[in-house]
Ligand binder design. Structure first.
Ligand code: NDP
Length: 318
């Protein structure tokens, strides 16, 4: 199957790119990936996406974005890209069905995935107290005690954000030191309602239908404690979904795609990146949608320029 723009990923970045690209009259395909709709399909209510004064359920919002993209002619393929050739022109994407998508330009919007501890309770209570995003879900636990796991900048940022909403924040750090920058550590340490539990690992999250507590162990003393909490925030890092592009496209040391400053261009001609796959800092639906829009505009301009140059070359030959 051929198209002008292939978009890999169907979160807010991918669908926003599709809305802009298809509306510009470009033949646009979205390959939805293993989690159609992206991370928002796993959250409950989204209250911070502009335009929804009463909030909206994450899956419903993604359904709206999909329909909006399809309205302008986007074709959505529910499959996964298994192999990509980006450095040649045209670009080729092989899907798990065996089908090949041949595209003039590619927008990578494969997002990132939160890392989890691997506890059974994390899955069971996901969206019912367990979260990997304080900005998304912290509001639901205002005035209540919560826990944050991790010792990096993300964990500190989540703990500080939650400290303004929640009665108490228990920061669970597995070693006797944090990996976070000194300034973030200092802020956390000087916030009265953040309690740091050093050398502490999570054994289990308690509760059947919603989180009621967390059982932790101090790895030095061996002492086990139950902390009564309502929200459990895992902040042990994110993994950008870039494995299939490794070796072809420039990534930073954490695997995020590097884009040129103030644009979505990557180091490969005709390949653009949008959303969390190129953003370790903001990671919001609205910022992802913003860069999705930028990627479609960048891709559209790149295609026009390329066609113009090809036409010029053809004219000079004839
Ligand atoms: P990091 O990899 O920096 O930190 C992960 C933390 O989680 C570490 O403290 C690690 O512990 C801990 N951890 C890992 N696995 C487990 C586990 N199974 N159980 C308990 N704890 C665990 O990830 P971040 O997401 O914090 O940061 C990623 C990058 O993004 C960093 O470069 C960071 O500086 C940057 N960032 C920048 C921000 C900003 O500038 N505003 C905000 C957020 C992130 P251990 O140290 O023992 O391995």
């Amino acid at each position: 199957m051929t198209c002008e723009i292939a978009i890999v990923g169907s979160g807010p970045a991918g669908y926003t790119a599709a809305i802009y690209a298809a509306r510009a009259g470009l033949q646009t395909i979205v390959i939805a990936g293993s989690e159609p709709g992206g991370q928002l399909t796993k959250t409950s209510e989204v209250e911070n996406f502009p335009g929804y004064p009463e909030g909206i359920l994450g899956p419903e919002m993604m359904e709206d974005l999909r329909r909006q993209a399809e309205r302008f002619g986007t074709q959505v393929i529910y499959d996964v890209v298994e192999h990509a050739v980006l450095t040649a022109q045209p670009k080729r994407l092989r899907l798990s069905s065996g089908e090949e998508i041949v595209a003039e330009a590619v927008i990578i919007a494969t997002g990132s995935s939160a890392k989890w501890l691997g506890l059974e309770a994390e899955r069971r209570l996901y969206g019912a107290g367990v979260s990997a995003c304080a900005v998304c879900d912290g509001f639901f636990y205002r005035g209540q005690p919560v826990a944050v796991v991790g010792g990096g900048d993300t964990a500190c940022e989540e703990a500080l954000y939650l400290s303004k909403l929640c009665s108490e924040v228990h920061l669970l750090v597995r070693r006797d030191k944090m990996r976070a920058s000194k300034i973030m550590q200092d802020r956390v340490k000087s916030t009265p309602n953040i309690h740091i539990h050093w050398n502490t690992v999570t054994l289990d999250i308690l509760g059947e239908k919603f989180v009621e507590g967390v059982r932790v162990r101090n790895v030095q003393s061996g002492e086990e404690t139950v902390l009564p909490i309502r929200g459990f925030f895992v902040a042990i890092g994110h993994q950008p979904n870039t494995e299939i592009f490794r070796g072809q496209i420039e990534l930073d040391e954490n695997g995020y795609i590097i884009t040129h400053p103030k644009s979505t261009h990557t180091n490969v001609e005709g390949v653009f990146a949008a959303g969390d796959v190129q953003d370790p800092v903001y990671r919001q639906a609205v910022t992802a949608a913003g860069t999705g829009c930028m990627a479609a505009l960048d891709a559209e301009r790149w295609l026009s320029q390329r066609r113009y140059l090809l036409q010029q070359a053809e004219n000079s030959v004839s």
